[in-house]
Design a binder for this molecule. Structure first.
Ligand code: AMP
Ligand code: MG
Length: 280
């Protein structure tokens, strides 16, 4: 099963998220097998990120979007933990600060895009500018409408300059969200995550659906595809994201850089030193 193709939003296609199955039981129902496979995929992500870092020829930008409790933090913890922190950074975008709000809306994102050899994970991203901003009328319609094109141009420019972009929308249904809110209420370790907005935002469920459908269809491009991830079951979500990551990183056909030293000479020096040690 080619998860990359299956869950990729085809450029210009239609998307009906109310009909999108957030569980996908038919596709996979063996939790243990998937969890074991995810461990192997994580090991492969680790190797591939190491090559990306060694190569220093391009970078990877991952955008994670989803409603409250969709599992953005969990995906980072369970899948992206595979990455060596030396070459990977996570940025969580909240309500813009005063200084951020004084700049254009892409400023705070552009200043932390990944350099060559590096990975950046955006936990929420510039897409909030056509999601929460649209749903709550934080700017007029004629302003946010232009942002689809602006975002496409921004991402195209990043891609032209060596950044490989992958965008994951973690899709849960309203029943699952409520279930997760309940678990947060009951768990002292999770209560801190509860915000006043969690329940009040549920009134806007359909508005967010419409906003997500537009963002995903208008901004899924060959150079920066969106993937809709069925996320009701966390183990399946992790498995699908890990599989897509491996496909994407393998498609980069990376290789270790040529050594810059004369290995034969270095070997000769080594043997000389070793001989001296052994003789003494
Ligand atoms: P959380 O991800 O739960 O920590 O919450 C972060 C909050 O910041 C969410 O409610 C987002 O909708 C909000 N947020 C993120 N980016 C923006 C933005 N550009 N404008 C307004 N609110 C934002
Ligand atoms: Mg939240």
């Amino acid at each position: 099963m080619d998860y990359y193709q299956h869950f990729r939003v085809s450029p210009g296609s239609k998307l009906n998220l109310d009909k999108f199955d957030a569980t996908c039981k038919d596709l996979h129902d063996d939790r243990k097998a998937a969890e074991e496979e995810t461990l192997k995929l994580r090991e492969r992500i680790r190797e591939l990120q190491y090559q990306l870092y060694a190569e220093r020829k391009r970078s990877v930008l991952i955008c994670l979007q989803g409603r409250d409790a969709a599992g953005k933090d969990g995906t980072i913890r369970h899948v992206f933990r595979a990455m060596n922190p030396q070459g990977c950074r996570v940025y969580s975008f909240k309500v813009p600060s005063k200084i951020e709000a004084e700049h254009d809306y892409l400023w705070r994102h552009h200043r932390v895009t990944p350099g060559l050899g590096h990975v950046a994970i955006f936990n929420r991203s510039h897409y909030e500018e056509v999601l929460v901003v649209r749903v709550h009328n934080l700017v007029p319609k004629d302003v946010w409408k232009k942002r689809f094109d602006e975002i496409n141009q921004f991402e195209k420019m990043l891609a032209n300059n060596g950044t490989h972009i992958l965008k994951f929308y973690l899709h849960i249904d309203p029943e699952e969200q409520l279930e997760r809110f309940k678990k947060r209420l009951d768990s002292p370790a999770k209560q801190w995550k509860i915000s006043d907005a969690d329940y009040s935002e549920r009134i806007y469920w359909d508005d967010y659906t419409k906003a997500y459908e537009d963002a995903l269809t208008k901004c899924s491009t060959d150079h920066a595809p969106w993937f809709t991830i069925p996320s009701n079951r966390k183990w399946f979500r992790n498995y699908v994201v890990a599989k897509i990551m491996v496909s994407a990183l393998e498609s980069l056909n990376m290789s270790y850089p040529e050594t810059s030293v004369d290995l034969a000479e270095i070997r000769r020096l080594y043997h000389e030193e070793k001989q001296k040690e052994d003789d003494s």
